[in-house]
Design a protein around this ligand. Structure first.
Ligand code: N01
Length: 547
């Protein structure tokens, strides 16, 4: 694990830019702004770099994007791209963390990062055109530009189960896992949740534990990951073709360079469909969603075909038909919640030491000193694993106490849902830039690809301002209104709003229901941002403040 490192000495307070977060986004933003000659300070809450990959150390944690595409492109460094080799098709958390540490050291980024530095307030001062930050330790600093790189899934959500504080055993949230690891050998374990995280963790926990009870509210359409060691010749092929592949990923819908077939499942016979689905299923990964048919998200009839295909696959693997039926989702269409990738998840339910419990029909009543009570029965356990997700997209931003012009708090402005221009800026908050913010493609993509685009666009605005003698950027009201309208229109054309998921904020009581990520596509978003830049950052009001 990386230890806290003192940031380089310099002016105690004033920086050109402050970046919050040292994951993929914060590291690339730091590199970009530093290359432009700006004085930059990164505040990172964790004790090391990595963001998501620093915190999510639960057993089985790995990336669902193929590792060869889950990295920085040559835009950061051709050398790093050439030097780094992944060992598996989907890299596990320790390897991704090692990669980010490698990048940090190679690019000498550590000297501008202050670790264990939690930002608790960030207030814009119009008089000074400055963002004033306060950290949890009471220290303060300020900067002209504030860039948030806090990740979309970093603010953990533990539901307020009655009695939760009375539990006498150990409890863990997957998103804040102990660094020393947890040995479940011989233990009785409750896992609450069956999202992408639980799907990775449960098979590993079941290998150790005496018994695992899985508390499932909603089953998912888990697709086989088919993880395997990465053949060196495959990695070499990708590297040889990386410029083309990365460009393809940048122009794609979801940030992956796959062959997207522009066709509808309803135009094919059941036999032809089956053949296409089987081929994608055999390949494993997101090919099922991305390379089979292109209208799953907008055409329910088409979606029904893939949904039934996946249900059939689940029923085939799980030996107990009643358990198989419970694991087969019927309450929402395929891909309207993030489909997890599984590596042995369904087979795990064939083990004698794993029991699936349905807490949809009979919700969890309470956590007791000895375990979890549902359906009038108490399940006594030694440990509870909360795989209950995150207050996604906005939780971490609100947690920073961001306050814009005239005392406007970000959570007040977004009381009825986010309002942004391109997901990157929001009116009333001059010089605040949000990487992978709500209303940008963010989580509906392979993250490094959109992070790279967001960072380069933000660096572009700042560079443009500097070369034009300007120092304030804020979206115009009409530009923001039009983006929100466009975002909502695109969202409404899909099936996504009809399903309860964290994509629409449904997992957090009281959170406004709206689609948080932009579903118009990574490539489309990129073109829009590029055109905005070409027109002198049209939609942003750029001005000069004399101080
Ligand atoms: O969180 P989730 P996650 N009673 O919100 C259940 C990314 N990710 O950490 O579906 C009972 O998806 C909840 O039930 P329901 C990926 O984008 C990426 O698993 O709301 N159950 C659900 O089953 C993913 O989507 C990778 O009905 C309750 C679970 O808890 C995102 O992270 C790997 C409950 C939460 O699932 C979040 O995944 C892993 C309650 N009161 C994850 N409240 C990579 O590949 C919640 N639940 C990089």
């Amino acid at each position: 694990m990386t230890q806290a490192h003192p940031a380089e000495s310099g002016p105690p307070a004033d920086f050109d830019a402050i970046i919050v977060g040292a994951g993929f986004a914060g590291l690339y933003m730091l590199h970009s702004l530093r290359t432009m000659g700006l004085s930059v300070r990164v505040y990172e809450q964790g004790g090391g770099v990595g963001g998501t990959w620093y915190w999510n150390r639960y057993p089985g944690a790995r990336c669902d994007s193929e590792s060869v595409y889950y990295m920085f492109s040559d835009h950061l460094s051709e050398e790093i791209l050439g030097e780094w080799n992944w060992s598996e098709r989907y890299a596990a958390q320790p390897e991704i963390l090692r990669y980010l540490e490698f990048v940090t050291d190679k690019m000498d980024l550590r000297r501008n990062i202050q670790f264990n530095a939690k930002v608790i307030s960030a207030v814009y001062d119009s008089e000074r055109n400055s963002w004033d930050l306060r950290l949890e330790d009471g220290s303060t600093s300020s900067a002209r530009f504030l860039v948030t790189a806090v990740g979309c899934l970093s603010f953990t959500n533990t539901p307020e189960f009655p009695g939760i504080e009375t539990f006498g055993g150990e409890s863990y949230h997957t998103g804040a896992w102990p660094h020393e690891g947890v040995d479940f050998t011989g233990q009785r374990v409750a896992v609450i949740g069956t999202g992408a995280t639980a799907v990775q963790a449960i098979p590993e926990i079941a290998k150790q534990a005496a018994h695992v009870w899985v508390f499932q509210r909603t089953p998912n359409y888990d697709m086989p990951g088919r993880n395997r060691p990465l053949a060196p010749d495959y990695a070499a092929q990708v590297k040889a073709a990386y410029k083309d592949l990365w460009q393809k990923a940048r122009e794609s819908g979801f940030g992956l360079p796959y062959q997207v077939a522009e066709r509808s499942a309803v135009d094919y016979s059941p036999e032809e469909r089956e053949r296409i689905f089987e081929a994608a299923w055999a390949k494993g990964g997101f090919y099922m969603g991305l390379e089979t048919f292109s209208d799953f998200l907008v055409n329910k009839e088409s979606n029904d075909t893939v949904s039934e295909f996946v249900r059939g696959k689940i029923r085939e693997v799980v030996k107990d038909p009643a358990v198989g039926e419970l694991l087969a989702p019927k309450d929402h269409p395929f891909f309207t919640k993030r489909p997890p990738l599984e590596n042995g998840y369904y087979q795990t339910f064939n083990r004698d030491n794993v029991t699936l419990l349905d807490v949809r029909g009979v919700p969890i009543e309470e956590i007791t000193p000895r375990g979890v009570r549902t359906g009038g029965r108490e399940y006594e356990v030694d440990a509870i694993v909360f795989a209950t997700g995150f207050d996604a997209m906005t939780g971490a931003l609100f947690g920073m106490g961001i306050t814009g012009r005239d005392g406007l708090k970000l959570q007040d402005k977004w009381e009825d849902g986010p309002r942004t221009y391109l997901g990157l800026t929001t009116r009333g908050f001059p010089n605040l830039f949000v990487i992978t913010g709500p209303q940008s493609p963010s989580v509906l993509s392979n993250m490094p690809v959109v992070i790279e685009q967001n960072v380069e666009w933000i660096a572009g605005v700042i560079d443009y301002m500097r070369t034009h003698g300007l120092n304030v950027a804020e979206p115009a009201q009409d530009a923001e209104d039009r983006w929100v309208e466009h975002h909502n229109e695109v969202a409404a054309a899909t099936l996504l709003l009809g399903t309860d998921s964290w994509w629409v904020g449904a997992n957090i009581p009281g959170k406004p229901r709206t689609l948080y990520p932009y579903v118009g596509g990574v490539g489309t978003f990129r073109v829009i941002c590029h055109e905005v830049a070409e027109k002198g950052y049209e939609g942003l009001v750029l001005a000069r403040h004399e101080r």
